[in-house]
Design a protein around this ligand. Structure first.
Ligand SMILES: *[C@@H]1O[C@H](CO)[C@@H](O)[C@H](O)[C@H]1NC(C)=O
Ligand SMILES: *[C@@H]1O[C@H](CO)[C@@H](O)[C@H](O)[C@H]1NC(C)=O
Ligand SMILES: *[C@@H]1O[C@H](CO)[C@@H](O)[C@H](O)[C@H]1NC(C)=O
Ligand SMILES: *[C@@H]1O[C@H](CO)[C@@H](O)[C@H](O)[C@H]1NC(C)=O
Ligand SMILES: *[C@@H]1O[C@H](CO)[C@@H](O)[C@H](O)[C@H]1NC(C)=O
Ligand SMILES: *[C@@H]1O[C@H](CO)[C@@H](O)[C@H](O)[C@H]1NC(C)=O
Ligand SMILES: *[C@@H]1O[C@H](CO)[C@@H](O)[C@H](O)[C@H]1NC(C)=O
Ligand SMILES: *[C@@H]1O[C@H](CO)[C@@H](O)[C@H](O)[C@H]1NC(C)=O
Length: 572
């Protein structure tokens, strides 16, 4: 008994010490982060010269790496932070900037770019020049989280305007922008995408999670403003997305596999970021939407954090139940593969969000899935439900608050005097690495500080959703494409078309589409393929099972939004 009292007292002393360290970091870093973020927004930001009004630069860094561009993802997350501040009533002066952002994004949506035009896939383009022109270099495109995040930011603003008697601005100005993004999400979510780190082309948890949220919010907004024609379509695809979202859970590993491709472990900050950016306090600890305090998200968090304990030397010697620096994913080699400020803050944010949700519920649940997470804080804890009046609840939540503060303290340790936040800090010496003044780093500091204060974003409708029993995909609307190719052949030889989409066999020659020689030497076939999409294809000859490809390059077409399309090719 005496021993217990002493150790509880010791814990209490260290908790208080850490908490006051973090309090003091927040009080100095908070205004620096707010100013650092605003400095990176045109036209008046002190570090964003040349950026058009409302355009967010990713970082002022122009070499190694050159981040002087505007990314739809980063900009939308940054403006979601500002819109949350504005709608909470904290800073009325942000309104002009938010209106500038709206104007800038409306223009950016219309820019024809390497992903297409506004109606043929261009909304999936990840980044633009800061003067609102297309970036035409090679890049990992498309990235389909951008339209979802942008619509979430604008819907949050729209809901505030509706509550403040300005429905006309919502219907006339915001809704057309939001609808373009949501139609894109609704039509294209079931196609592959580059992930938020712009490296892997497959399906990605973060993208699926934010797409799901955006369609739920969009359907509610559409109902509120009488745009009812889109509601059932958005709801259907939201249900499909929620179903698909479940497939990322890896029960054996106890974590969320971040991407379906890429050949890595799949342990990735992608999943932690998805959890904090889709937090809905009204949904409690719902596992279907991977809420921060759900057993699946907590199990995932432990696996994610632990994956960095032994690989960064700045983490060596830290107890296995204490906070460490974390990065994007353990296999990362970009700029040396280092801890990131924003990923380490995200761990703390997920924990603070959990504490807020448990406090609201008046209890917390330990399940077999989350047991290993909770045993970090109390080795003897067992599965069960613990009301806020129990000592187990107090012990766990006190330790978890302290654990969360630890992640802020780690980032604080590696924040240079002056408070500037770069993208990363060195895995072996903790000095800032890569892009300076990363706008997203500043936004992540502001959102974790708000979460620690118990502040929450508006609910988006995550509560009480039912996961459909069977999952359906959505290829979106299709158009009939007729492939014609002039090819002379010998007896027994046939022509097929093979290409980059499922309807053309995904380049698998055994699934290539047989063509008809009814108009020899023109071979022909009509295939239904996704509207408004870019397709690569080639013709192949097959004789007695032997495949001959036509020569490079791949043929490429962009399908129309509706109607039909005919190609007229000659075998190369
Ligand atoms: C926009 O910026 C790009 C990249 O810096 C530059 O190449 C282009 O000339 C600029 N276009 C205009 C119209 O200013
Ligand atoms: C509605 O909001 C817009 C955007 O801030 C503003 O320009 C407009 O003056 C507002 N209208 C009313 C009636 O408040
Ligand atoms: C705990 O589990 C019960 C039973 O499944 C559930 O009704 C309750 O919402 C859960 N509470 C929390 C905070 O997760
Ligand atoms: C939390 O919200 C309150 C009320 O909107 C606000 O005054 C405060 O600055 C917020 N705290 C943080 C750290 O964002
Ligand atoms: C499309 O949806 C189906 C059903 O959920 C899923 O099995 C498939 O992996 C999805 N494909 C992509 C690229 O999202
Ligand atoms: C293409 O779609 C149309 C309309 O949905 C359908 O009638 C037709 O059978 C489809 N053709 C093929 C080859 O699947
Ligand atoms: C054609 O597409 C395939 C599959 O994406 C790719 O491996 C190949 O490199 C492409 N060929 C050329 C010449 O770009
Ligand atoms: C292919 O030929 C048909 C019939 O002449 C024509 O309608 C169609 O526009 C042509 N397709 C292209 C891409 O030029």
């Amino acid at each position: 008994m005496r021993r217990f009292v002493l150790s509880a007292l010791a814990l209490c002393v260290s908790v208080v010490a850490q908490s006051s360290t973090v309090d003091s970091y927040i009080s100095t870093e908070s205004p620096i982060a707010q100013a650092g973020l605003l400095a990176n927004i045109g036209p008046d930001g002190s570090k964003s010269s040349g950026a058009y009004p409302g355009v967010v630069i990713a970082s002022p860094s122009t070499t190694n790496p050159d981040y002087l561009y505007t990314w739809v993802r980063d900009s939308s997350l940054v403006f979601k932070t500002l819109i949350d501040q504005f709608t909470a009533g904290n800073d009325a002066s942000l309104r002009t900037l938010i209106d500038d952002f709206t104007t800038a994004e409306a223009a950016i949506q219309q820019i024809t770019n390497p992903s297409g035009s506004v109606s043929t896939g261009g909304l999936g383009e990840p980044k633009f020049n800061i003067n609102e022109t297309a970036f035409t270099g090679a890049w990992g495109r498309p990235q389909r989280d951008g339209p979802a995040l942008r619509s979430t930011a604008l819907i949050t603003y729209a809901n505030w305007l509706l509550a403040n008697n300005n429905a006309s601005y919502v219907s006339n100005t915001l809704w057309p922008i939001i609808k373009l993004d949501l139609d894109y999400v609704s039509n294209n979510w079931n196609q592959s995408t580059f992930d938020l780190w712009e490296e892997i082309d497959s399906s990605s948890f973060f993208t699926t999670a934010v797409q799901h949220m955006s369609l739920r919010q969009g359907s509610t907004l559409a109902t509120a403003i009488g745009q009812t024609s889109v509601v059932s379509g958005y709801n259907t695809q939201a249900d499909n997305l929620l179903c698909f979202l479940q497939s990322y859970w890896n029960p054996t590993g106890g974590y969320i596999t971040a991407n379906t491709g890429g050949g890595r472990s799949g342990i990735d900050a992608n999943t932690v970021l998805a959890s904090i950016h889709t937090f809905d306090v009204d949904a409690g600890c719902d596992a279907a939407t991977f809420q921060p305090c759900s057993d699946v998200a907590l199990s995932n968090l432990k696996v994610y954090v632990d994956s960095f304990r032994s690989i960064y030397s700045i983490n060596s010697g830290i107890a296995s139940d204490a906070a460490v620096a974390t990065g994007r994913y353990p296999e990362d080699v970009y700029q040396g593969g280092n801890p990131w400020y924003l990923t380490t803050f995200a761990v703390a944010e997920q924990l603070y969000d959990s504490l807020t949700a448990w406090s609201k519920a008046g209890s917390l649940n330990v399940t077999s899935t989350s047991l290993a997470f909770f045993q970090q804080f109390s080795s003897g804890v067992t599965a069960g439900s613990y009301a806020s009046s129990t000592s187990t609840y107090s012990t766990l939540t006190t330790a978890i608050k302290n654990f969360a503060d630890g992640f802020i303290a780690v980032d604080a340790t590696y924040t240079p005097s002056g408070g500037a936040l770069a993208e990363q800090y060195g895995r072996s010496n903790g000095t800032p690495v890569s892009a300076v003044d990363l706008t997203w780093s500043y936004a992540s500091a502001l959102t974790v500080f708000a979460a620690r204060a118990g502040n929450v974003s508006a609910s988006w409708g995550a509560a009480g959703l039912a996961v459909p029993a069977t999952c359906s995909g959505n290829s979106g609307p299709t158009v009939a494409v007729t492939f014609n190719v002039d090819a002379t052949t010998v007896e027994g030889e046939n022509i097929y078309v093979s290409g980059s989409v499922g309807a053309l066999g995904n380049w698998d020659t055994s699934s290539a589409i047989a063509m008809s020689a009814a108009n020899y030497p023109t071979w022909s076939v009509t295939v239904n393929v996704t509207a408004s999409s870019n397709i690569q294809y080639k013709y192949i000859r097959i004789q007695n099972g032997a495949v001959t490809w036509e020569s490079d390059p791949n043929n490429s077409i962009t399908t129309p939004a509706s109607g039909t399309y005919t190609t007229n090719d000659t075998w190369r």
